[in-house]
Design a protein around this ligand. Structure first.
Ligand SMILES: CC(=O)SCCNC(=O)CCNC(=O)[C@H](O)C(C)(C)COP(=O)(O)OP(=O)(O)OC[C@H]1O[C@@H](n2cnc3c(N)ncnc32)[C@H](O)[C@@H]1OP(=O)(O)O
Length: 205
């Protein structure tokens, strides 16, 4: 059976992944989503998981922005996950890079970085040298991580946030839009402002 490129989740995030795939001169073969309110995305048909029989030969990206949702879907699938990097992203050859990741246009990942699986490195974000990024992390547009920052599983670094060098951010934390992080952040913390302060904790992943 021939190999198809499959996107799971007909979201706004999915639209940007389609652009990434086209930037690589590849094509999307199938979009699946069980939300039957969406049957067309960027002119393409969207089918349910019941209608789509996935094969072991398919390459799949979970095209959903929510980190927990991506994790839940990934847990239930025994698929061949594909990572894609926009043709206009800048990614060092000297990095470790997992499966199911998407790297958006103008993002930069510098030498020595380790990126887990099912991560989103969004538009114009910066992941500096030697950063360690866990699975299901989202580095939002224009967020910047200085050198040697660690980000735990499932954490989102909000749009335009800045993290100085050598900081450790725990798992399933949320760094608010535009925040400036100058000290370590515990697991599940929601942090906002300059300098970042904890306003609450997420109660689960
Ligand atoms: C392509 C894409 O679209 S990618 C998506 C990118 N999106 C983002 O990065 C979103 C980031 N999200 C945020 O910044 C959110 O405001 C969150 C998650 C930090 C907080 O959201 P909520 O839990 O709904 O908190 P809520 O809005 O109730 O705010 C709580 C308090 O924190 C303050 N606050 C919230 N966000 C911020 C922020 N980014 N910076 C400073 N203060 C903030 C609020 O003013 C409020 O203060 P108050 O209690 O004194 O009134």
């Amino acid at each position: 059976m021939e190999s198809r490129l499959v996107l799971y989740g007909a979201s706004g995030h999915c639209k940007v992944i389609i652009d990434i795939i086209e930037s690589l001169l590849l094509k999307v073969d199938l979009i699946i989503d069980d939300n039957r309110n969406v049957d067309l995305l960027c002119g393409r048909s969207v089918v349910s998981t019941k209608e789509a029989t996935l094969s072991k030969n398919d390459s799949l990206i979970i095209s959903i922005g929510n980190n927990s949702a991506r994790k839940n879907i990934a847990k239930g699938l025994d698929s061949n996950f594909l990572s894609v990097v926009h043709a206009r992203a800048i990614v060092s050859k000297n990095i470790e890079f997992g499966l199911g990741n998407v790297v958006m246009p103008l993002a930069t990942i510098n030498s020595g970085a380790k990126i887990g699986s099912h991560c989103i490195i969004n538009t114009n974000s910066i992941v500096e040298h030697d950063c360690i990024i866990g699975d299901f992390v989202h580095i939002s547009p224009r967020a910047s991580l200085a050198g040697n920052v660690q980000v735990g599983e499932g954490t989102q670094i909000g749009i335009g946030a800045v993290v100085i060098q050598n900081i450790k951010i725990g798992k399933w934390a949320m760094i608010g839009a535009g925040s400036i992080i100058i000290s370590d952040v515990p697991d599940y913390a929601v942090v906002v402002g300059n300098p970042g302060r904890i306003i609450k904790y997420n109660n689960n992943d």
